[in-house]
Design a binder for this molecule. Structure first.
Ligand code: NIG
Ligand code: FE
Length: 415
């Protein structure tokens, strides 16, 4: 059955918004007093409310001012974990670095200890809670990595948990195999990568077509990562990389291997940025990790000016980025890096969709999924301005209304 929802004070469609480079407000393609017509979860038309409501269809009339955005997309998270790393935060703030804690066998490896001891049931419950929080924030597509198992049984346990939660919740979860997060204590690095290729990756393939690696001396150097990743490509995996977080090299590798995205990029040089700009590899900024570690932010302004595709994600994880607030963190990055609202909001909608290789969402246009979030304001600028405190009160996933936090929608079926 066709349904029409509206009127919205503004609909940010991103209908024609360019994929690469800087953006201004005019490029958001805003429709005022707009409405969306959809059927079976797919958008049929986006246009003026009065015009569209002339036809005899089911109209869901929204009361009060609202700005409608495409359902938000968080394209980089590690949301399956148990335990806490509050002690790491305190140690870092007392002078230790993230890398020192890792080199001493703590950090990520502490979380690995917790995850190995946790049942799939427990991890599922924890992930479900985090996914529900994201849905309430208007995030309808979420990438989730493995990488805290680091052996066959536990990497597969994590991937299966992601699959189960994808089935059980309304959000779309896109899983990524991150066996090469760091080397577990029981292996040397080369042997471990060999083990991943021979024993784990072929089985991980049944759960996901995406793979990631943490390219950094403390994890896996470019020299170690390259042959491992080339083998994964031969097995049919698409790549995304943790690149240039503390030292450069990873983003060049990502571009060379035609990865979907290169994520972090805090240490990326001007030359690396040009390299990214000439490719279709999405540059993903993770401001939550910069905040958690007290590190510089990704040079998002320079990346855009160079002509790169910029996405922003939370990196939601227990170590570097425990906050998980996509809009709040995008707001902080926008203020620090001088990003326009068009740039920051594109980075968590259609540009983030490109990082995941999904092209059926991120823009409110005919043919796309009716994934959308309505924020209670008449002016889209309020969303970033309020630093994540303005929450959507209506969220749709594939046309199904997920939440209506006290908003009156007046359904008025005209046949
Ligand atoms: O993206 N840098 C590597 N991986 C994650 C952190 C994971 C953790 O510390 O648990 C990141 O920041
Ligand atoms: Fe990460």
């Amino acid at each position: 059955m066709q349904q029409l929802i509206g009127p919205f004070s503004q609909i940010l469609t991103f209908g024609q918004t360019p994929v690469k480079g800087p953006l201004s407000t005019e490029q958001i393609n805003i429709i005022h007093q707009g409405a969306v017509l959809f059927e079976d979860g797919i958008i049929l038309k986006v246009g003026n409310f009065e015009e569209l409501s002339k036809s005899p269809i089911a109209v869901h009339e929204i009361q009060g001012d609202h700005v409608l955005l495409p359902g938000l997309i968080d394209c980089h998270t590690h949301m399956v974990w148990s335990g806490s790393r509050a002690a790491d935060f305190e140690r870092r703030n007392s002078g230790y670095t993230y890398q020192q804690i890792l080199a001493e066998g703590g950090g990520i490896l502490d979380t690995v200890g917790w995850v190995r001891k946790s049942s799939a049931e427990n991890l599922k419950m924890l992930l479900q809670g985090r996914v529900n929080r994201h849905l309430e924030d208007g995030i309808t597509t979420i990438e989730v990595k493995s990488g805290y198992g680091l052996d066959e049984a536990n990497e597969l346990k994590m991937l299966e948990v992601i699959h189960q939660v994808n089935v059980d919740t309304k959000a779309d979860l896109v899983s990524t195999f991150l066996g090469a997060h760091v080397c577990p204590k029981e292996f040397h690095k080369k042997e471990y990568l060999h083990y991943l290729l021979n024993e784990v990756a072929p089985k991980a393939k049944q759960w996901t077509h995406r793979a990631d690696a943490f390219v950094e001396a403390e994890a896996f150097s470019v020299a170690l990562a390259r042959p491992y990743l080339e083998e994964l490509i031969k097995m049919g995996f698409e790549l995304t990389l943790h690149a240039d977080q503390f030292s450069r090299g990873g983003s060049v590798l990502a571009v060379d291997l035609n990865a979907r995205s290169a994520d972090h990029l805090e240490a990326t040089t001007t030359e690396d940025m040009l390299h990214l700009a000439q490719s279709n590899t999405v540059a993903v900024a993770l401001p939550g990790a910069s905040l958690g570690l007290g590190m510089p932010f990704t040079p998002a302004r320079k990346l855009l000016d160079a002509g790169a595709i910029l996405a922003i994600a939370t990196d939601w994880n227990p170590g570097s980025a425990p906050g998980g607030d996509l809009v709040g963190q995008s707001s902080i990055l926008a203020a620090r890096e001088k990003l326009t609202a068009a740039e920051a909001l594109s980075a968590i909608t259609f540009r983030a969709a490109l990082a995941l290789g999904v092209t059926d969402r991120g823009r409110l246009i005919p043919g796309n999924l009716m994934d959308a979030a309505a924020f209670p304001t008449h002016d889209f600028r309020e969303i970033l301005y309020q630093q994540g405190h303005l929450k959507p009160d209506l969220v749709w996933k594939k046309g199904a209304l997920l939440s209506s936090n006290g908003v009156n929608t007046k359904s008025n079926f005209k046949f």
